[in-house]
Ligand binder design. Structure first.
Ligand SMILES: NC(=O)c1ccc[n+]([C@@H]2O[C@H](COP(=O)([O-])OP(=O)(O)OC[C@H]3O[C@@H](n4cnc5c(N)ncnc54)[C@H](O)[C@@H]3O)[C@@H](O)[C@H]2O)c1
Length: 362
């Protein structure tokens, strides 16, 4: 099988792994997973909804399954322990594998189990949402949420391979598809910061092809997924553990995570929260004259084109939101840091000096 993309991480002993982007029937994917794990034990962590939809295609042995209930609040320490116990009960050794099948919730949680079980066991990622196609299945961030702190426990741990099958999108509901476009838009707004040539074509591509993309045109979708992943990989291969450049991938996330946290992970999808965070960053950057009105309008038009009107309804306690942002992993000694736009398709990391001005935008 020829990979669609080969990821090579220089900092990680030149570790490399293939990403396969495919449009074949899902049952072919099942055969590939069998082939990859032949002769070994495996634990399959799968989203409940995905299991219900695709159990006939996969035909897994029930014993090797951990079926995870759906929802962000399942990405917790209790489920982490249950999955580890399941791995122990199956007798998984370091030579065996964990397969994560689902959206980012399953991928992050099963990935963290793989990173920590016996100090590391093979992880195969099978993303099934648009968001996990373009973002969470690649790059090696794994982890779980604490009740009041998103992604507070985790590890950087790369998968051994990633199978992206576009057919999964056909059963994804509209809200979850749009949520994935939240992260796609993020790539458009950070594109020039990800690469050395500083070019930026994604904003135009998303704008010109919006109708066909939103109509699930598979060829365009495949192209889009490749563009997003190549941008992510170009960042992650230079900075695997977020010492510097990788922070640009957090555009929209400081406020987005605060919103998810203040609403107990129930009100917003991750992509929606990230879009709210990006809108706040654009509002603040405009106020601080970091960007001009023309770029601001272009960004807001694109956000609206992809179905995000004002998803954030401004009803939360502002001081509490600021407090959560100060405890974000990216905060620096109690100072909020945010990734802010500074020109077209470009962002910079900024420490927020004037919290009052930021508050005015919330
Ligand atoms: N590790 C990373 O680098 C990274 C990056 C971005 C986001 N994330 C994390 O990813 C998570 C969000 O991921 P998500 O948006 O995929 O959400 P999700 O995993 O909660 O999935 C969303 C919903 O879609 C359903 N679903 C999944 N695949 C389906 C399919 N093919 N058909 C029908 N329904 C399907 C799920 O059951 C779930 O109800 C968050 O926890 C976020 O923090 C991680």
């Amino acid at each position: 099988m020829k990979p669609s993309i080969l990821v090579q991480i220089p900092q990680d002993n030149l570790k490399s792994y293939p990403i396969y982007i495919e449009k074949e029937p899902i049952c072919n994917l099942a055969a590939k997973l069998d082939e990859q794990t032949a002769g070994r034990r495996r634990l399959v962590v799968i989203s409940k909804k995905v299991y219900k939809l695709y159990k006939a295609d996969f035909n897994f042995d029930k014993n090797e399954l951990f079926i995870l209930n759906d929802g962000e609040n399942q990405k917790n320490i209790q489920n982490y322990l249950k999955i580890v116990e399941k791995a122990v009960s199956l007798g998984l050794s370091r030579k065996d594998a964990i397969i994560a099948i689902g959206g980012g919730v399953v991928g992050d949680l099963a990935g963290f189990v793989a990173a920590t079980y016996m100090r590391g066991i093979e992880l195969i990622q099978v993303p099934t949402t648009l968001l996990s196609f373009v973002d969470s299945s690649v790059g090696g961030k794994t982890g779980l949420d604490l009740p009041k702190a998103k992604n507070y426990v985790g590890a950087f741990y790369q998968p051994s391979m990633v199978f992206i099958n576009l057919n999964f999108i056909l059963t994804l509901d509209k809200r979850q598809i749009l949520s994935g476009y939240g992260e796609v838009l993020k790539y458009a707004f950070i594109e020039a910061s990800c690469k050395s040539d500083k070019s930026h074509l994604l904003i135009e591509f998303l704008s010109i092809a919006a109708d066909r993309i939103l109509d699930n045109n598979m060829n365009l979708l495949e192209r889009l997924i490749k563009i997003c992943l190549e941008l992510k990989i170009s960042v992650v291969t230079k900075d695997e553990t977020e010492g510097g450049l990788r922070k640009v991938l957090n555009f929209g996330h400081t406020f987005g995570h605060a919103l998810e946290t203040i609403t107990d992970f129930k009100k917003y999808t991750h992509g929606e929260a990230v879009v709210c965070g990006m809108v706040l960053a654009f509002d603040y950057a405009l106020k601080m004259k970091m960007i001009n009105q023309t770029y601001y309008n272009l960004a807001m038009d694109l956000i609206e084109k992809y179905g995000f009107k004002k998803v954030y309804d401004y009803k939360y306690d502002k001081a509490k939101l600021l407090h959560i942002m100060k405890y974000d992993k990216k905060a620096n000694q109690g100072k909020i840091t945010m990734i802010l736009p500074n020109k077209k398709a470009s962002v910079v990391e900024c420490e927020i000096e004037d919290e009052c001005k930021l508050m005015e935008q919330i």
